[in-house]
Write a protein that binds this ligand. Structure first.
Ligand code: F6R
Length: 605
């Protein structure tokens, strides 16, 4: 949610900042901007909308300078306009900022009373106005930055650039991630290692509350108590941070297509020569756990909903599940025998992180399932389990979902084994089923042509319903979310049996109703609900295996999935859910990778 980058370079930095913003655009694309020191003077270019608009400006009006900061915005305070775009400037200071300054109104009133003139509606402008005020009082840039930081409340990452200070950049991390990159005679800072991927492979992750003074010869880092401190330099694998579409039209298409290989290689990290066949940290203790609390947002939350079925069925473990933004506000009853498990692709989702911090004070174990292993959620967990999905750039989550499911399934097996519900043989038999997933996912991907045709019909719809029972219910919710976010078609999901308790009133001959129904123990019940829709002329699209499609008889639209063990059905049915959304969005001509109003990493509550 907003991406920031800073470079103290040895050459012109604006092309490098622009490239880094391209890698950060997944964090927001309401506006973009760059500030450099051009012969010591602050010079700024900003544009509303995607980075391409800023690129056009830079072609005609380049930005010289060897020191600079850049920003890509997801609007919080103030609509996307040039005036609200970052970098913001007041006097001799420019700032880029990710996060929210909660006390900005009070600060703004105070500054305005002292004569400051604001030019934007943003919370960020209070930061530059404050710093500028302190500079005017005679403070050095470092003193001004430190005094400014002391005044700020909220969660943020930010960077200051000061006029006349070619070899200085000051940055701070409170609540939002920030890392420093080390180059040869150059220094960098960025919201994440991806931003720095083409610049350096040596990165220092700032800790919560840290702030740092950068020059080309290095960084002085201070902790939350203003004590100078050392933070380790980590080597990042550039391969892991490399971002390209590998010949696909969209990142989303690439990320959908790479699921078989990702799931296979991720699985290899988790199998071992242990009694249950699993290579999972021994510190994970499900035996002493009396309740598992699953917390996440969005797609990750639906992965948790699937996992609830597994933990209950395979491990007999009571599970409670919460949307992260609700969790800590409902005074959940927590205790030392509880394990809290947080699922997050980015590992930076503000609501999930806040829920984790709340839970940590009460529960026995805090576990996370993350894609970004250096993220705040990973670092603040007792045990962090990577999903090994590689960078996910498409804003709509796809491969992270199935990779999250995989780790959650393995955890459910470990829980079943530790709690004596699953024997070693039982555990290994399930593991063998999980190993079939890449092959079946590849088969599901082969149905893309059918789904493409179907999507043309769906693209005309105003509303779409998704139905499923058991683990297919969260899959239906995931399908509806995907469709909403990238095609902008209104979609809802219901547990198939719930339809008759109200939503069936929506059904008419215009309404597509997508039914996920593998031929399992719940199949007949789901098909009865499907018949109820057909009796009211709803346009049913049945997604099932050959046996299911045959048994269901005459259905207007159908997509055939492979016949699979019930346990792994969520992985396979995720593919049509994703492809339906993708192809419907293509038909509607929306921006698949960067849908309107969204950002990849939601670092505000
Ligand atoms: C939907 C989507 C979002 C995220 C949610 C949580 O396609 O991507 O719903 O799943 O914002 O994000 P993470 O997993 O990063 O915590």
């Amino acid at each position: 949610m907003c991406g920031i980058i800073g470079i103290l370079g040895t050459h012109e930095v604006s092309p490098q900042i622009h490239d880094a913003l391209k890698r950060l655009e997944y964090r927001g694309y309401d506006s973009a901007g760059i500030a450099t020191l051009n012969k010591g003077r602050l010079d700024i270019r900003r544009a509303v909308g995607k980075l391409i608009n800023l690129s056009d400006i830079l072609v005609h009006d380049p930005l010289p300078g060897r020191s600079g900061i850049g920003h890509t915005r997801w609007a919080t305070h103030g609509e996307p306009t040039v005036a609200n775009a970052h970098p913001h400037r007041a006097g001799r200071v420019a700032v880029v900022h990710n996060g929210i300054i909660e006390n900005f109104r009070a600060l703004r009133e105070q500054l305005e009373a002292q004569g400051a003139e604001f030019t934007s509606q943003t919370d960020t402008e209070t930061i530059v106005q404050l710093a500028s005020h302190y500079l005017d009082e005679g403070m050095t840039p470092t003193q001004a930055a430190r005094h400014t930081l002391e005044q700020l409340e909220g969660a943020f990452a930010l960077a200051f650039l000061f006029e006349g200070e070619e070899d200085l950049m000051i940055c701070a991390r409170r609540g939002s991630p920030l890392c420093i990159g080390h180059g040869a005679g150059e220094m960098y800072l960025g919201s994440d290692a991806i931003a720095l991927a083409e610049l350096t492979d040596r990165v220092t992750y700032l800790e919560e509350g840290d702030w740092a003074v950068l020059s080309r010869s290095g960084a002085m880092i201070f902790d939350a108590e203003d004590k100078q401190t050392n933070r380790p330099v980590t080597r990042i694998t550039l391969e892991a941070a490399r971002i390209d579409k590998s010949g696909h039209k969209h990142f989303m298409a690439k990320e959908i297509a790479e699921q078989p290989s990702i799931l296979q290689s991720a699985m290899a990290q988790y199998v071992g020569n242990t009694p249950d066949g699993l290579n999972l940290p021994e510190t994970l203790d499900f035996k002493q756990t009396d309740r598992l609390i699953l917390v996440a947002c969005g797609t990750a939350f639906y992965a948790c909903q699937v996992a609830k079925y597994w933990f209950e069925k395979l491990a007999g473990l009571p599970v409670e599940i919460d949307i992260a933004s609700e969790f800590r506000y409902r005074d959940p009853v927590l205790g030392p025998a509880n394990m809290a498990l947080f699922v997050s692709q980015s590992g930076e989702t503000a609501d999930t992180l806040a829920a984790l911090r709340h839970a940590r004070r009460h529960v026995g174990q805090v576990v996370s399932v993350v894609n970004v292993t250096t993220s705040s959620i990973a670092r603040e967990s007792d045990v962090a389990l990577p999903i090994h999905a590689g960078p996910e750039i498409g804003v709509a989550s796809t491969k992270a979902f199935t990779a999250q499911l995989q780790v959650l399934a393995l955890l459910a097996l470990r829980a079943g084994w530790q709690r004596g519900v699953l024997s070693a043989e039982g555990c290994k038999a399930r593991l063998a089923e999980l190993r079939l997933i890449p092959g079946f996912v590849a088969q599901a991907l082969d149905r893309e042509g059918e789904i493409r045709n179907l999507a043309e019909t769906l693209s005309q719809a105003r509303d779409v319903l998704f139905l499923g029972r058991g683990t297919m219910f969260p899959l239906a919710m995931e399908g509806a979310l995907k469709l909403k976010e990238i095609s902008y078609i209104h979609a809802e999901a219901y547990a198939a049996g719930e339809l008759k308790h109200g939503p069936i009133a929506l059904v008419d001959k215009e309404l597509p109703v997508i039914v996920f129904a593998p031929s399992d123990a719940l199949f007949e019940k789901t098909v009865s609900n499907m018949q109820e829709v057909m009796a009211r002329h709803g346009k049913v699209i049945l997604i099932s295996d050959l046996a299911g499609l045959t048994q269901a008889g005459d259905v207007p639209y159908r997509v055939q999935m492979p016949a699979i063990p019930e346990f792994i059905a969520p992985f396979i049915y995720a593919i049509p859910a994703q492809l339906i959304a993708y192809h419907t969005a293509l038909h509607r001509g929306t921006d698949v990778d960067q849908p309107r109003n969204l950002a990849k990493s939601v670092t505000v509550e």
